[in-house]
Structures are given as C-alpha cells and as structure tokens.
Design a protein around this ligand. Structure first.
Ligand code: CUA
Length: 316
C-alpha cells in the first residue's frame, strides 16, 4: 500500500483509510465537475445576454421544461443517495469493533495520553500496537473533552470525562504515525501530541516484556530521569528552576514549601510520594490543583525512582 501522503491527504496506514479516501475523492470530483459547469454557465450567459447599446424589447421567457426539471431533480438525488449509502457503510465499519480486537485503554488528561495494555504494561504518549490486528480503544478523560486523532488512520474520536467512547483501527503497515489532540483543551492543547508505533507481532511481544522491566540496569536516579520524560512530568515541571505550569523540581527536596491553605513543611520523601499519587492533598501556594493523579500510571519502583531523581536535583 502507498505509504506516502499526497498534496491533499496524509499517508494511509489503516484498513479504513482507503475507503475514506475514495469517498472523499468522489465527493471532491463531483463538486469540481458541477462547479465547472455552473461557472462556465455564468460566464457564458453573462456574455451572451449582456446589456447592448440598442434598446431591445425583452423577449417573453419560456414557461417551463418538464424534462429539464426532472433531470435537475433526479441527478442530484442520485448523487446524494450514492454519497449517503457509501458514507453510511463506511461509518458502520468504523463503528462496529471486530470481535477479536485487542483492547487498549486510553486515558486523556491535561495534557498527555496514557495507554494501558491488556497484559498490564502502560505507556505515555506512545501507543504501541501490532500490525495487521484490529485494535479496540476504550477511551475516557480525567478532566475536559479531548479528541483522539490519528490522521494516517483517518480516525478521530472525542474522549470525554465520565463516560467511555470506543473506536478501533487495524494498522496495515509498520511505522510511526502522528497522534494529536483535536479538541481545544487548555493552554497546552497543542503540545498534547504523541505517536502510534506500529510494529510486528514479535516486536510487540518484546516491547511488552521490556516495558515490564524498564528500570533494569539503571540506577534509581537514571531511571527517574527517564520516567521524568516518558511519563510527561516534563510537560509541567522544569528541572532548571523555571516555571511552566507547576513548581520546578530544582531544589524542592529538603527545602520549605508553602501551601495554598497557609501550611508549610520541609519537602521530604513522603511529601514527594504523596504529591505524585495524590497531588490535590497539598497544593503549593500560588498554583492551581491541575495535576492528575499518577496512582494507576506508576508502579512502586517507578515512584521510588522519581523520588530519587527529584532528590538528586537538590544540593544537600
Ligand atoms: Cu487535549 Cu486538546
């Protein structure tokens, strides 16, 4: 299958993409065909019946032509019926998830995507799937409305708080495909982007294994530094003292922190741990309680590593 995009369309990477493209092309060419006829008619008649210098009596117009009227009613009716039936069939295929689909849980929150796989692995901003297998996405949001959009798969579906939305796709080729949020969801909406990585069955199985022992061979601080990026802490917390959406990690540990309710404490390991798992418990003065909980996104060893990493960013 053609993997490169065209002037009008991105690369096509799913089983449904060619169907969507064919319908889109049909509608486009029908529109172009009739636009040309209408514009040619406008130009032709405005020249033919332009106002002349000699005064002429207006001729009596024709009353009507039954044949012409039936034609201009039936032809558009036929065209829109073709578009309706074609579109409805494709829409049904998009809506009905194949029975043998692999189900992956998608969670959207300001401002990143997280994925939970049936085998227990999780990932952030990178959806890893095997090629040639239907994938069902069970999606929900932790805050506002987001929209899961993968142009190469011709797939876009809103992700809502307090309910599930479901969509599916089957990737037809390996590769990396752009994932974006297509519903304005706040100041970092445009940064809510990721990848869908389509791999072979074998590579998918390997990835599941390796993601379960991601920290192997790393010190806790090194592992924490990796998680800081891969779990998107980096979106809101800097490590150089600058303010993004939230306090910087630089120099937090071992120093006094003031909270919105007027209380203060010296940041220790328990404070860091609590702030990761239950961020609303203590909100640093001057900030909004916008951080989502990482309760389901981090294993114990990962929380330990992040705490170790944040500690390493403070001079004793
Ligand atoms: Cu999430 Cu826009």
């Amino acid at each position: 299958m053609d993997s490169t995009g065209t002037l009008f369309l991105p690369p096509s990477g799913s089983t449904l993409a060619p169907e969507v493209d064919a319908l889109m092309a049909f509608i486009l060419y029908v529109c172009i065909f009739f636009s040309v006829i209408v514009f040619a008619g406008i130009i032709f008649f405005s020249i033919k019946y332009r106002r002349s210098r000699q005064k002429a009596e207006a001729e009596a117009g024709p009353s009507h032509s039954t044949a012409l009227e039936i034609t201009w009613t039936l032809v558009p009716l036929l065209l829109v019926m073709i578009i309706f039936v074609w579109g409805f069939r494709t829409y049904m295929k998009m809506s009905v998830v194949p029975k043998d689909a692999l189900e992956i849980k998608v969670t959207a929150q300001k401002w990143f995507w997280s994925f939970a796989y049936p085998e227990g692995a999780t990932s952030v901003n990178e959806l890893v799937v095997p090629v040639g297998k239907p994938i069902k996405l069970l999606m929900s949001s932790k805050d506002v409305i987001h929209s899961f959009f993968v142009p190469a798969f011709r797939m876009k579906r809103d992700v809502l708080p307090n309910r599930y939305t479901i969509t599916w796709f089957e990737a037809t080729q390996e590769g990396n495909f752009d994932l974006a949020c297509a519903e304005y969801c706040g100041s970092k909406h445009s940064g809510m982007i990721g990848k869908v990585r389509v791999v072979t069955d074998r590579a998918y199985a390997d990835w599941l294994v390796s993601s379960s022992k991601a920290g192997e061979g790393l010190t806790p601080v090194q592992f924490g530094a990796k998680l800081y990026k891969s779990k998107e802490c980096i979106t809101c917390h800097s490590i150089d003292g600058s303010l993004i959406e939230a306090p910087s990690f630089l120099g937090v540990f071992g120093h006094e922190v003031a909270f919105n309710d007027g209380k203060r404490l010296i940041a220790d390991e328990n404070y860091l741990r609590e702030s990761i798992l239950n961020p609303a418990a203590k909100v640093v003065a001057g900030f909004q309680p916008i951080m989502p909980t990482y309760q389901t996104l981090l294993k114990d060893a990962e929380v330990d590593a992040l705490v170790a990493y944040i500690k390493s960013l403070s001079k004793p």
